[in-house]
Write a protein that binds this ligand. Structure first.
Ligand code: GDP
Length: 295
């Protein structure tokens, strides 16, 4: 992951490492390469440009030219800026409800169902919670079955009403069931479409309004690059979600989505998916991600 971006940034810093005396021109060249590396990794143009402008200001402020190891200082400045861009500190999910309701949103294929299972498993095994998974996809029976398979795999109960075509009702009934049976967390997996459509958006907005979740999460496939950012924007406009889940970061992603999403929707990335297995979930730490990107 991020190999390409890491390599390119490494090369950019080499410009500084190679010179006995560092000049403003070297620094400018390095920043040009940093910007190019970000653009190649699918980072949006304005964000890449603003990023290098900020790094330049900090480099001037830190008097980078007069330090003994200018390339190290530049790497540090770039790392701090990357961390800031991706959200600063790590943010958890809100589990203050009784039960806490978590609504999952996103396109079909983004990894929503898989992530619902991963999160249920994480909260059960790591946080000692009693979790109920809810299958709220009223269009694809296969999606309901898939959640049941996931639930069985991790030993978590799955609530579904295969005959009911009203997603709001299913979600409300599930929460009643959770309250009556002492569940601490309810994770509602909703229907997704291959592309954003009005019917799906209205349906999830209705579910959102009816159940008032403590946490609405938007799941997106990191491999979809700039599209991931556009989809995030469309969902956020409708749902004003609380956080982003970036899946498939184990794949051959160029990483731009991780860097860009936070600044476009101004919502934190909370977790990442790094594989198909139920254990392949990580809390998103912006500084660790910046370390990974910088290699
Ligand atoms: P949904 O339609 O949004 O519910 O998506 P699914 O959960 O069915 O996932 C779609 C496909 O992506 C499945 O084949 C999953 O196994 C796969 N998948 C989900 N998350 C990840 C991940 O983090 N890494 C990888 N490599 N595959 C994933």
């Amino acid at each position: 992951m991020f190999d390409n971006l890491s390599d390119k940034l490494d090369k950019a810093f080499h410009i500084l490492k190679g010179h006995g005396k560092i000049t403003e021109v070297n620094v400018a060249d390095t920043l040009k390469e940093v910007r190019r590396a970000l653009l190649d990794a699918d980072v949006n143009f304005k964000i890449a440009k603003d990023f290098t402008t900020r790094v330049k200001e900090k480099a001037i402020g830190a008097d980078v030219l007069t330090t003994l190891q200018p390339s190290q200082l530049m790497v540090k400045i770039v790392k701090d800026e990357l961390t800031e861009l991706m959200g600063g500190d790590a943010v958890g999910v809100n589990l203050s409800g009784n039960p806490s309701v978590i609504l999952m949103s996103g396109l079909q294929g983004s990894g929503k169902t898989t992530f619902s299972g991963k999160l249920a498993n994480f909260l059960t095994t790591k946080k000692n919670k009693k979790v109920l998974l809810v299958a709220c996809d009223i269009y694809r029976p296969a999606a309901i079955n898939q959640l049941h398979v996931v639930g069985e795999q991790i030993g978590v109960e799955v609530y579904s009403e295969p005959e009911n075509k009203n997603a709001v009702e299913i979600a409300q009934n599930a929460i009643k069931h959770a309250k009556a049976n002492g569940f601490n967390v309810v994770i509602v997996d909703t229907a997704g479409r291959l592309a954003i459509d009005e019917e799906m958006m209205t349906e999830i907005a209705n579910v959102h309004k009816a159940i008032q979740p403590q946490e609405t999460l938007f799941v997106v496939d990191a491999m979809t690059g700039q599209d991931a950012v556009n989809t995030a924007k469309a969902f956020n406009d409708r749902l004003d979600f609380d956080g982003v889940i970036l899946t498939k970061l184990d794949g051959d992603t160029r990483g731009g989505a991780a860097i860009t999403i936070k600044s476009v929707v101004n919502k934190p990335i909370k977790f990442i998916g790094t594989g198909e297995k139920m254990e392949a979930i990580d809390v998103f730490y912006p500084d660790r991600m910046a370390d990974r990107i910088l290699g």
